[in-house]
Write a new protein. Structure first.
Length: 275
């Protein structure tokens, strides 16, 4: 007889670090694979200490000064929504008033934009990286100006790349990344003793906070990176990865973990009842 299929992550506890705000789709994806998500905010995104520069940039965006808005993190979206309400009433109205096109670095950021009513005009087809976005960005057209609201820790890849292609880029800090509250004693113990069997590493800053707050896990713990910059930071800190997401989203990371589990671990031996 054939019994109930064993889910690929059945019985696993997986650490899901994320900013303290918002809901993580990884929780649902992990549950569908049989795992329990242990959601541990390691970083927090907060508005800039002085939002004046961002507010001025959004007013210019609304007036048609910029041709494009480039968004490289879902964390920027709620900040843009909040600040846009101060002038245009909504981000969608502000973009419509300015006849602005929108680029998103990848499917996760595109989803965050769609959730607030903004349909991106450009989402790179390959890996969700700053370099990939620059490579697929169109040649300058009037107005040849781009607004790039970013996190305070963002690399200069987008700004440098678009400027090299002839675009005038307004580089504005939209949010800051700060450490979240320390993980609980229960989480620290489960991380150390291997009860948490895997972790999804969602950014370079998350990797740094995980290493600082929780330390190196047992060698049996499988860690998955969301993309190349996260993988590079993990390598720098001596945290070996079991895989990197093909699609740079939380669901893509769960898929990568499932592949790693089926590759690294032996298949379960069926019981006599299942034969």
């Amino acid at each position: 007889m054939t019994g109930t299929p064993v889910l690929p992550l059945s019985g696993w506890r997986v650490l899901v670090p994320r900013p303290t705000a918002g809901r993580s789709p990884a929780v649902v994806a992990l549950a569908a694979a049989g795992a329990e998500a242990v959601v541990v905010p390691l970083i927090e995104t907060v508005p800039p200490e002085d939002p004046t520069e961002l507010d001025d940039a959004l007013l210019a965006l609304e007036s048609g000064w910029f041709g494009w808005l480039v968004v490289t993190s879902a964390a920027a979206v709620p900040v843009l929504v909040d600040r846009a309400q101060e002038s245009a009433g909504s981000l969608t109205q502000l973009l419509a008033d300015g006849h602005v096109r929108v680029a998103a670095i990848g499917p996760g950021t595109a989803r965050a934009l769609r959730d607030v009513g903004v349909e991106p005009d450009l989402v790179p087809r390959g890996k969700s990286t700053s370099r990939g976005l620059v490579e697929e960005f169109p040649a300058p057209t009037e107005p040849a100006r781009v607004l790039f609201p970013r996190g305070d820790l963002a690399a200069t890849t987008v700004v440098d790349g678009l400027q090299e292609r002839g675009w005038d880029v307004a580089d504005v800090v939209a949010y800051r990344t700060v450490p979240a509250a320390p993980p609980s004693a229960e989480v620290r113990e489960a991380w150390t003793d291997g009860t948490i069997r895997a972790a999804l590493l969602t950014s370079a800053s998350t990797v740094r906070e995980l290493a600082s707050r929780l330390g190196t896990p047992p060698t049996t713990t499988l860690m998955i990176g969301i993309g190349p910059s996260t993988a590079a930071e993990a390598a720098r800190l001596g945290l070996p990865l079991a895989g990197i997401a093909t699609e740079q989203t939380m669901i893509g990371m769960v898929d990568a973990l499932t592949r790693a589990v089926t590759t690294v671990l032996p298949a379960p031996v069926p019981s006599p009842e299942e034969l």
